[in-house]
Design a protein around this ligand. Structure first.
Ligand code: SF4
Length: 54
């Protein structure tokens, strides 16, 4: 299991950078962005560092 970065909580267990046993990211930093021109709620915002698990 990768080391959790306790500054980045994440529940996306299908991401290859998710820690698996706990809800944290294993990266030292992530990039956040939006797929909306005018984001207005949390669902408009995405983690751009996401990569699917193999
Ligand atoms: S890269 Fe993004 S989606 Fe993937 S575990 Fe880290 S914070 Fe979550």
């Amino acid at each position: 299991m990768d080391d959790p970065n306790r500054s980045i909580e994440c529940t996306v267990s299908k991401c290859r950078y998710h820690c698996g046993g706990c809800d944290y990211c294993s990266l030292s930093a992530v990039q956040i962005g939006s797929h909306e021109e005018q984001p207005y709620c949390a669902e408009c915002v995405d983690c751009r560092s996401f990569e699917p698990k193999d």
